[in-house]
Design a protein around this ligand. Structure first.
Ligand code: CP
Length: 344
């Protein structure tokens, strides 16, 4: 088999793979899928007749880490497009990595004969890059160790645009461990549509991850006003707050609902609660890539600020757009489209 020369733009391995042109294209595709979904729910005819397809494509999921949204989300998106998905990494039944097993090379050479696109999640940062080098098929990095989660960043930008409008006009805050892969991809992706203001809320005594610092420097160079705070209440004047757990904590492991947590969460600086939002009279849109830990109190769920389950719903049209684009061979044209390894 003739393999294409690497680098190429076939893979979505990093937020850096996406150019402004790609972002505009993917947002437009996702919006179209969303409109079609809403028309179908309203009993209206489709804007565009479904494309005639000779046979469904097969999406192979290679996940060696747990996932609910990314795994099921890509499976659901594939099904909505009329495609199918297979689980290509089953630790109980598969052969890869077992004593009677086979190498990654043989595994990928086999899987690619059954499928048309590979979605890879791994605790190993280099795994999606290795798979992308081994296979001629397009590869989506669905989260690799502490490196990146670029499809989540596309979902986050789509959700913000859909719920709050043009990102360039907005103030956006991020409260997270700065090493979180979703957070790094999110801030890297923001360079394509730099917000008016960006504020990082993080632990005061933990160094900021160099990848995050670099992404914020890029935003500053593009004219975004950058801020740094250490209490989530100081983000409640922003248009959007994307929140995830900080590396703290007794809190991350505490059982929500216990008396101790209930008392502490109102004073604990990295937990958002309904009381904090109401006290600040804030209309900040709250997003969370989920799963949530103690950083996002369920008391927020009934407030109009809560955007995180809408964010999950909006992930389906975005994942449909990503699959549609990559399955039809449209390349990513960003600066790292063909990077063959994660940055050191
Ligand atoms: N947001 C996200 O990546 O969720 P999962 O870990 O459930 O896939």
């Amino acid at each position: 088999m003739q393999r294409p020369n690497y680098p190429s733009g076939k893979d979505l391995l990093s937020a850096d793979a996406v150019s402004r042109f790609d972002l505009d294209d993917i947002l437009e595709r996702a919006e179209r899928h969303l409109q079609e979904e809403e028309r179908e729910k309203a009993g209206l005819p489709p804007l565009q007749p479904p494309a005639h397809r000779r046979r469904p494509k097969v999406i192979a999921a290679l996940f060696d880490q747990r996932s609910t949204r990314t795994r099921l989300g890509f499976q659901a998106a594939a099904a909505r497009l009329g495609h199918q998905s297979i689980d290509a990494y089953d630790t109980d039944r598969g052969r890869m990595g077992t004593s009677t097993g086979e190498t990654l090379e043989d595994h990928i050479r086999t899987v690619e004969l059954y499928s048309d696109l590979l979605v890879v999640r791994s605790h190993l940062e280099d795994m999606p890059y290795r798979v992308a080098r081994l296979s001629h098929l397009p590869v989506i990095n669905a989260g690799n160790g502490a490196d990146e989660h670029p499809s989540q960043a596309l979902i986050d930008l789509f959700a913000i645009r859909h719920m709050r409008g043009a990102i360039e006009t907005l103030s956006i805050a991020l409260s997270s461990d700065t090493r979180a892969r979703f957070a790094v991809s999110f801030v890297r992706m923001l360079r394509l549509t730099p917000p008016r203001r960006f504020t990082l809320c993080c632990l005061p005594d933990v160094p900021i991850n160099p990848a995050m610092r670099e992404a914020m420097t890029v935003l500053a160079g593009l004219g975004t006003e950058i801020g740094l705070v250490h209490d989530v209440r100081r983000t409640l004047d922003h248009d959007v707050l994307s929140i995830q757990m900080q590396d703290m904590s007794k809190f991350a492991h505490a059982a929500l609902g216990s008396d101790a947590v209930d008392k502490e969460k109102e004073t604990e600086p990295f937990t958002i609660t309904a009381r904090k939002i109401l006290d600040a009279r804030s209309d900040t849109l709250i997003l969370n890539p989920l799963p949530r830990f103690s950083e996002l109190d369920p008391s927020c769920d009934s407030l109009p600020n809560a955007g995180y389950f809408r964010q999950v719903a909006l992930s389906v049209p975005m994942r449909m757009a990503i699959l549609e684009r990559m399955l039809s061979g449209v390349p990513w044209t960003g600066q790292a489209a063909g990077r063959s390894a994660p940055p050191p």
